[in-house]
Design a binder for this molecule. Structure first.
Ligand SMILES: *Cc1c(COP(=O)(O)O)cnc(C)c1O
Length: 365
């Protein structure tokens, strides 16, 4: 079976470095929010080109804490795509704000600025971009749109680790970037982990307070915060794995290039190629097919595992059916949900597997 991920196939040298890091943490006798977290926060901020990074429990909390640190909550609206992972929108709701759902561009499945404009109201406080599948683009235009409407620009970077647009890295363009280090993400821990990045010292101070019960000084609470701390074990593992991020990303991009060059089947569409080198880090390689479910079963019968990101858009999820959406509807999102399919694209994928997947896709009729 060719899987969507293969951690077991990772380098022995990586495993050894991780085991040494685990040993170091166990011997330190300090397990939550310590020097390993500080080291990783500094390394991650440097990688992203921001002054600061704050380690938190997971990617969903990163978004919630970011919103709350900006003072966005009850009575405020945040525009987000309906074609995203559920936690994007759940985090907005958990922060007390109201999500408003916009449509996406059919060629990229990324937020459509015209749809966002139709969603704006006097209550709109922010637009939360999702660099879906690892793809970031048009950040000048997004900054301008946010400026014109006088709203905050926020980035859900859970799928776009170190993706670059011009001179900037994902998460460094808006008021904050929220990262997830869930194991399957491009940079993954061996459990849950996340981070918030920003250029703004005061915002970061507030995020640090919120991740730890709203504690300002030990046992003094100025806010009702969360318990969303990063632990030393995950931070130590992440520091090691960060050294591999570049080569892992390059392999994902190589695989994507191969798919672009070799997938040829009139029943199958590819999404748009990125406009810049490095602006897509291929967390997922997504194809589209009118008979998606039949293709999925066919590939499974050929030993190729696939997944759907995402089969049910947010506005069709039971707790979200009442949310306000683009007044023109979310037709592109709905069509994408019915036709999209993520095929294997991960750093440990071999050339043999790549050729096999491509041949199987091309033989589908
Ligand atoms: C994974 C993911 C999240 C949530 O991250 P967790 O660490 O699982 O909480 C949020 N948004 C997107 C787009 C994701 O892919």
């Amino acid at each position: 079976m060719i899987n969507m991920n293969d951690f077991i196939a990772e380098d022995e040298s990586l495993r050894t470095a991780e085991l040494n890091a685990v040993d170091r943490v166990l011997h330190s006798g300090w397990y939550v929010l310590g020097s390993e977290v500080k080291t990783f926060e500094a390394a991650w901020a440097k990688c992203c080109g921001t002054a600061y990074a704050v380690g938190v429990g997971n990617g969903m909390d990163a978004i919630e804490i970011g919103l709350r640190a900006l003072g966005i909550g009850a009575g405020d609206e945040v525009i987000a795509p309906s074609m995203t992972a559920f936690p994007t929108v759940l985090a907005i709701i958990r922060a007390g704000a109201t999500p408003v759902l916009a449509d996406v561009n059919p060629n990229t499945a990324l937020l459509d600025p015209k749809s966002v404009a139709r969603c704006i109201s006097i209550k709109t406080k922010a637009v939360l971009l999702v660099h879906l599948y690892g793809h970031i683009q048009n950040m000048e235009a997004w900054k301008m749109l946010a400026n014109n409407y006088n709203i905050a620009l926020l980035e859900d970077c859970a799928q776009s680790h170190a993706a670059r647009w011009n001179d900037g890295v994902a998460g460094s363009f808006g008021q904050f970037g929220a990262y997830s280090f869930y194991p399957t993400k491009n940079l993954g821990a061996i459990g849950d982990a996340g981070a918030i990045i920003s250029h703004d010292a005061l915002f970061i101070e507030q995020a640090r307070v919120l991740r730890n019960y709203g504690q300002t000084i030990r046992y003094h609470h100025g806010e009702l915060g969360l318990n969303s701390r990063l632990d030393e074990l995950q931070a130590a593992i992440l520091t090691i794995r960060l050294e591999y991020l570049n080569i892992f990303t390059q392999r994902r991009q190589e695989i994507a290039d191969y798919y672009f060059q070799h997938i040829a089947n009139k029943n199958i569409e590819l999404l748009a190629k990125p406009k810049q080198i490095g602006s897509h880090v291929y967390h997922l390689f997504v194809i589209r097919c009118k008979e998606r479910d039949r293709l999925m079963n066919y590939l499974s019968s050929k030993g190729v595992h696939t997944l759907i990101h995402y089969p049910v858009p947010i506005h069709q999820q039971r707790p979200c059916k009442q949310l306000r959406c683009d007044p023109n509807g979310l037709a592109v999102t709905e069509d994408h949900a019915e036709t999209c399919l993520s095929i294997p694209c991960h750093p440990q994928m071999t050339n043999d597997a790549l050729i096999m997947v491509t041949k199987a896709i091309n033989a589908f009729e």
